[in-house]
Structures are given as C-alpha cells and as structure tokens.
Design a protein around this ligand. Structure first.
Ligand code: URP
Ligand code: ZN
Ligand code: ZN
Length: 487
C-alpha cells in the first residue's frame, strides 16, 4: 500500500469561489496535494457520497474573551468559541486584540496570544482594535506589527470607550495608506445616538426595543458616507463592517461604482432578524440587541441582493456572545436593565455557514460559488491569509467541510457548542449542516462529534492585504491641488 496520501476524500462535489465540480481530494502533510480522479491508496479514505464540499470557513469578524468595561463577560473564550466555530464549518477565526485607551497595542496582542495559546480547535489570526492612535503607537508599535502578521485593524465611530474622532480616523487612514494595512470601520454616528438615548431615557423608555430606536438607519447611513468620504480623501481602501441597512448599502454601492476601494461586510443578524425581534413586553428582546440593530424585512431583502450582486465581499458572524441568564450578560443590571446598558452582540459563530447554506444556496438567493467567496475566499484574501486559507487547491491547507444537506431540521440551541444559553435563530428550519470538518488534514468533527482530543489550532500571520498596496504615491496635497483646478 502506498502511503503517499494521508487522507483521500472520494466522490465529493467541490465548490470554490469560481467552480463546482466532482473530484477526489488527496491530502498529504496537512496540505492538499492533488485534485482529480485519484485511484491511489491512502492511509485513510472518506467517501463523500456526492455531498457538497467547501473550503473551511474563514470568520473574519468574531469576538472571543475580549475585555469589557462594564463588568460583563464574553461567554466564549478561545476553547468554546473555536469548538463552536468548528462544528459550524469554520476552520479559521479572526477575533480582536483590543488596545485599551492609553495602552499599548503590542501588550494587548501579547496578552491575547496568552488567551489563545493551546486553546483553539481551529487556526486563528488576530485583528487589532485601535482605540488610541497616538503618535507613539503609530510610529513605534504599529509599523512592526503590520509587517509581522497583524495587517488589519478595526476602528469605531461609536461606543464611548472605543470611538475615534474624525481627526483620529484621518490619522489612522493615512497610516493605513502608508503601510498597506486594511482598516475596518464600525460606522454609526455616536453624538446622535447619545442624544437620542438621553431623550428616550428622559421619557422613561428603557425597554430593549428602544435600542433600535436609539440607533436609527439615518445615523448608520450618515456615518457610512462620512467614513467613505474620509477614505476617498486619503485614497486608501476601507472595509465597512456589519452593514445592516439598505441606505448604508447604497452609500457603499455608490462608492464602489465610482471606483473607490470600499469593501463591505454583512452578518446573519441582518438577514434573519428585524427590529421587531427586540420588541417584547418582557426582557427577551435583549437577546437580539446588537449594533447596528437589526432593521426591517425590506432591509433584509436588500442585503440579500447586495450579497448576490457583489456589494458585500464578506459574510462574518460578528459573534459577540453574552448569556441571557445571570448577571454578567444581557441582564447585567437585572431584568429591568435599560436598553443602553445591555451588552451589545448576538452569538452566531456556529450558525453562520449553515444558515447561509440553507437559506442562501438552497433557497436560491445566492449560488454556491458566492457562498464560498463570501464565507471563506474573500475574507482570506482581504486579511492576508490567501491562498493558504479560503480555497480548495493544490498547495492550500486542507481545511475542508463535507456537508450533509439531506435532512430538514429545526435549529435548537441544544445542538450548539457555544457557551451561550440561547440562539437568536431558535426553531429556524434548515437543511444543511457540516457533517465532517477537517483542519490542516486532521479530522476535527465527524458525524456531529468532536474527534480531536486536544485543540490543535495555530496562529496565522497575516500578509499585507493585496488591495491595500498603494500604487499612487502622490502626496495628499498634490492630489487635492490637481483635482481642485481645471486644466
Ligand atoms: O453589537 C455588536 N456588534 N457587538 C460587537 C461589537 C461590534 O461592534 O462589533
Ligand atoms: Zn462593530
Ligand atoms: Zn463586532
């Protein structure tokens, strides 16, 4: 028997961002060594029985074991969060190392490595969250980090403890342009949200549903346009995260059609939830509090269209897990917690891919190639992990999902592996779930069971993202002067 192949997957229907075809996959030393009709022997053979095979998912936006400033606790650490990701077909996660205001981002990254080391069942890279882009950080910390595996960061236009003002945003965007980094932007206008929150509280409106009233579409629209305008001025690519509304999407579409490098992400909560989910007499509505909030059925339909037509490059979970019960999650101030004090976020690291496969691919809203590109290939490219991650091709890591799409079932939180006591999608009828999940050639999930004894995930250094390479080296003032006067 030839031992040249460690694992041979026979008779699968392989989906990539561009193709869908039947072939066998040979794996050697954790890497895909051959694709085609393969009759060789192997140490292990899996018959995929004509099931769909996709690359393992790359979740380009999830929060695990992140520090908070309100005594709340993220319910998932790297152990439970990565296990949940694996069961849902995601084999690479990119959570966030958070710079405390006034603190070092390098120290935050070291700390985050300690939280992740030896605990992750899937491979991981880190985004950074920049809360304090001081000259010291931009000159003495970030350039080295960007070149050594941390090439992307998120900035916030909202949340008191995280937000940057326009001057700081311009500084960060200029830095990103000079260094080839990718800036992710949370776009909501904070002053307007603060004003509306004050008005609501003064009127005694404290229920969870007022979260959606306090963060209206108008202010997501305005902040998205503002972020795009600043990126146009500085001439640097940006990625607008968790887009929830048609209006914000139209701003992005307009920018893209002008030729600007504006990328966009959306998430399951904007396809499957609406603001009405927050509107309950009891405190149940707090389970759906996230920012931006879920919107309307019309917004859902437009976001689906944006996925189909390519406005969105990335479909992430924005897994931000807080438990409903207990006093460190949604009920941090008891069952009457005011909407503005409820920890923001919904869980979804495990359900991201099955929801989109069932409701997107099988209900014919998107094709399977689009599914692969937005759940895996594009985030891998944008965050500097491609072609190691995000595709099924010779030389790529053997991160592979074999799907079971034969049986209908109703989703229930009891099926899931996160450490959260609810799923926002309880009862939803699905028909697709990962049956076998392989990470770097090793089986991690088989027929609904974890089959790896210890977490084997490794840290992935991110290359500089391709789209951020600056071609036009002309200075800002030269460019502005040229554009101001007619020749
Ligand atoms: O509500 C959300 N999205 N919480 C997570 C933090 C963020 O802004 O992504
Ligand atoms: Zn955000
Ligand atoms: Zn987030």
């Amino acid at each position: 028997m030839s031992n040249n192949i460690d694992l041979l997957i026979k008779n699968g229907k392989i989906a990539t961002a561009s193709d869908f075809y039947q072939a066998d996959i040979a794996i050697k030393n954790g890497v895909i060594s051959q694709i085609g009709v393969i009759d060789s022997q192997a140490k292990k053979i899996i018959d995929a029985e004509k099931n769909i095979i996709t690359p393992g998912g790359v979740d380009g936006h999830c929060h695990l074991d992140q520090p908070t400033d309100d005594n709340s606790v993220f319910a998932d650490d790297f152990e439970s969060g990565s296990k949940s990701a694996a069961f849902g077909g995601t084999t690479t996660i990119i959570p966030f190392a958070l710079q405390p205001k006034g603190g070092s981002i390098k120290v935050a990254i070291d700390e985050y490595h300690r939280k992740a080391d030896g605990k992750s069942y899937v491979d991981y890279a880190f985004h950074m969250i920049l809360t304090d882009p001081s000259d010291e950080i931009l000159k003495n910390e970030l350039p080295d980090l960007i070149r050594n595996g941390y090439s992307h960061f998120k900035i916030y236009m909202t949340y008191e403890s995280l937000k940057l003002n326009d001057m700081e945003i311009l500084k960060v965007l200029s830095f990103a342009r000079d260094n080839g980094a990718m800036t992710m932007i949370h776009a909501e206008n904070d002053d307007c949200i603060t004003m509306l929150t004050k008005l609501l509280l003064e009127s005694g409106k404290i229920k969870p549903k007022y979260h959606a009233v306090s963060r209206p579409i108008i202010m997501e629209d305005e902040a998205t346009y503002s972020a795009i305008s600043m990126s146009e001025l500085i001439d640097v690519p940006i990625l607008i995260v968790h887009v929830s509304s048609e209006r914000a999407m139209i701003q992005i579409q307009k920018a893209q059609s002008k030729g600007l490098n504006v990328y966009a992400e959306t998430c399951p909560q904007y396809l499957f939830l609406t603001a009405n989910d927050l509107d309950s007499e009891d405190f149940e509505g707090s389970k759906y509090i996230c920012s931006p909030p879920p919107r309307t059925v019309r917004d859902q339909e437009k976001i689906w269209l944006g996925l189909k037509t390519g406005v969105f490059q990335v479909f992430s979970s924005d897994h931000a897990p807080f438990r409903f019960e207990g006093n460190r999650g949604k009920q941090i101030g008891g069952s009457e917690t005011k909407f503005c004090s409820v920890p923001n976020g919904v869980p979804g690291i495990e359900t991201r891919m099955p929801l989109l496969m069932s409701k997107g691919v099988f209900e014919e809203r998107i094709d399977i190639q689009k599914f692969v590109s937005i759940t895996s290939t594009n985030p891998s490219k944008i965050y500097g992990l491609y072609p190691r991650k995000g595709t099924i091709a010779p030389g790529s890591d053997a991160d592979i999902v074999i799907w079971n799409t034969k049986n209908k079932f109703n989703l229930s939180n009891s099926m899931l592996h996160h450490n959260v006591d609810y799923t926002p999608y309880e009862g939803l009828e699905l028909n697709a779930w990962p049956q076998t999940v392989i990470s770097r050639g090793e089986l991690i999930v088989e027929s609904g069971n974890l089959v790896t004894e210890t977490p084997q995930g490794i840290f992935l250094k991110s290359d500089l993202p391709e789209p951020a390479k600056t071609i036009n080296k002309k200075s800002l003032l030269d460019r502005l002067e040229k554009n101001t006067f007619e020749k």
